[in-house]
Ligand binder design. Sequence first.
Ligand code: HH2
Length: 259
Amino acid sequence: MKLMGVVNVTPDSFSDGGLFLDADAAIAHGEELVRDGAEIVDVGGESTRPGADEVSAAEEVARTESVVAGLATAVTVSIDTSKLAVAEAALGAGASIVNDVTALRAAPEIAGLCADRGADLVLMHMQGDPRTMQADPRYDDVVDDVKAFLAERLQAAIDAGVEEERVWLDPGIGFGKALEHNLELLRRLGELRELGRPLVVGTSRKSFIGKVDGSEVGDRLGGTIASSVLAAAEGADVLRVHDVAEARQALRVASAILG
Ligand code: HH2
């Protein structure tokens, strides 16, 4: 089990927008997450929260490139982007993973880039796009639909030259999903193991937690921990979290009990 710590270099991320917009603050935060137990830090320069504004590639590179460079000597860095130019700049600055929430639909060329550079690639499920995704999400069977999508995107990556061993898959908790969809994906996460690739899961501070108990975004640590521990028990390989120290303790205790 690996923890992926979140470093959002944005003014508008849903839980920590504006806190780490300055490169030095972002690097210091990433270093703190490493001390807390993150084996990967995920650097992002564009919010994907519902309704977020789009950011130009130049602005996204300006936000992320120096932060990636500042962290990549100390830890494995992933770049959270759907833009080719941003992925290219980050890999040049020392990142080794591209985390694409559109799973190559926004910029299919990211596959060729990862193939050329030998980078790992995270492919995430999302229904719709961030501006519209929470309007009225619908599925026949959410787990079957997400699984079929991820299988198809995995094949697209392989067809573009990415080695299968380099691809990680993510059900995209909160991306075009109603509460029941998120809960069912987490409950039946084990079914996605049949895809044969490592699973990344991000529940951290997300609104489905608030829909369960009415909590605001700054008050969702308990729900983050509960969902992360259960995702780990269901076979998640990487947990993407903001609160690394707390997640690490929870996972250690859970694994000590389960053996
Ligand atoms: N969630 C967010 C962003 N990127 N990437 C993957 N692979 N999986 C996720 O679940 C995921 C992700 C949303 O969280 P955050 O980065 O904190 O917010 P924002 O998009 O507002 O910056």
